[in-house]
Ligand binder design. Structure first.
Ligand code: NAD
Length: 351
């Protein structure tokens, strides 16, 4: 496990178990050199404890990079609460997780992620102040959707030379909190939607509301579309799906879309423009962090709107350097974090 930590450059990894509530949770803190680690809490079932640990580590690193590129005063962290089998008291479980977060004394601020909801954050907030996305604070998903929309517009402009989404086809995978709100925006902007979800009810809703064409989950990769937009879970760009993709752009909200770093290069070789996940989906984090810090709504909206401009600059730089966009984003984020680390070390040795 220590090799895994070192490889990911992780600062620390915390575990908690509370048999009285069934809590089994992991908090991965990637970095705090730019400020307290921030990132959502995932509440899903895992095939093994190792899978849960790997997920937490990978996601925490992505949050550090996301905070760095969005110029937020935070490092990255992520929590995973393993979903118990059988009956359990959800409020008691989340309160127990809240005590785990509180014990870290503010090194980690938690928020919503796949499987958690606002009522969970309210339960956590009874135990700790280091939580966002409560019913008082609000849901970050619409901000994530807005940022992804801006990113898709930037990618379409860059790759297809089109200023509008009218007639642009988007194959959208996952119609959850982000995907459904994004589908509405894309539809309103004139895009043609092809959609899939494991939940047939959501697909039916999108067909009714947006005139979307429904596809089976395994048909979405090969569907001919201008944009493939992954808004379900991660690792959807892999050896298997890359061979099937029939699009010019990959741009969506899912975290950790590339199964491995090399898949970024393979996308480039296939002439597919990739909008790096942690840049295009930063809208939710921008909302969570700025709202937690008391920033006004207009400042948050402006920054989310700016995701399109940030992506445009990254696409141009990657083109100039002949690099995959994923590598260009990693380089930028790592340079920002390295600068903060050396600044912190300098201050420490001067003290
Ligand atoms: P969600 O759980 O509300 O929705 C995910 C949807 O994807 C569900 O409807 C699920 O049925 C569907 N899905 C999962 N696997 C699928 C598959 N193989 N094929 C088709 N559909 C599938 O989650 P969300 O909050 O909408 O987030 C979506 C993604 O965006 C996640 O990867 C999440 O980590 C990421 N993300 C979300 C936010 C946010 O603000 N919610 C912020 C940043 C990143």
């Amino acid at each position: 496990m220590f090799r895994q930590l070192e490889k990911a450059g992780l600062a620390d990894l915390h575990f908690a178990a509370d048999p009285s509530t069934g809590l089994r949770a992991i908090i991965a803190i990637h970095s705090t050199v730019r400020g307290p680690a921030i990132g959502g809490c995932r509440f899903i079932a895992y095939d093994s404890d190792d899978d849960a640990i790997t997920d937490a580590i990978r996601l925490a690193r992505g949050m550090s990079y996301k905070a760095a590129l969005a110029d937020l005063p935070h490092g990255g962290g992520k929590a995973v609460v393993l979903k118990p089998q059988g009956d359990f008291d959800r409020t008691a479980l989340m309160q127990s997780f809240g005590r785990f977060v509180d014990a870290l004394g503010g090194r980690y601020i938690t928020a919503m992620d796949s499987g958690t909801q606002v009522s969970d954050m309210d339960a956590i907030a009874t135990q700790t102040q280091w939580v966002s996305c409560t019913s008082q604070a609000g849901d970050p998903s619409p901000y994530t959707a807005q940022g992804v929309f801006e990113g898709i517009c930037a990618a379409v402009r860059h790759r297809l030379g089109r200023d509008r989404l009218t007639g642009v086809s988007v194959a959208l995978q996952g119609l959850g909190h982000v995907g459904f709100a994004l589908a509405r925006q894309l539809h309103d902007a004139g895009a043609q939607l092809l959609v899939c979800d494991l939940d047939k009810g959501r697909v039916e809703q999108a067909v009714q509301a947006f005139g979307a064409r429904s596809l089976a989950p395994d048909e979405i990769y090969a569907a001919p579309a201008d944009v493939f937009c992954p808004c379900g879970l991660g690792a959807v760009i892999n050896d298997d799906t890359l061979a099937q993709l029939n699009c010019s752009i990959v741009a969506g909200s899912a975290n950790n879309q590339l199964a491995e770093a090399r898949h970024g290069e393979l996308l480039r070789e296939r002439g597919i423009l990739y909008a790096p996940d942690y840049l295009i989906n930063a809208g939710g984090l921008i909302f969570v962090a700025m709202n937690h810090a008391g920033s006004p709504a207009h400042a948050i909206a402006d920054k989310v709107h700016g995701i399109g401009t940030e992506l445009q600059a990254l696409f141009q730089q990657a083109d100039r350097e002949g690099l995959p966009t994923s590598l260009e984003a990693d380089k930028r984020a790592e340079a920002i974090i390295a600068r903060a680390s050396s600044h912190a070390e300098h201050q420490h040795s001067a003290a």
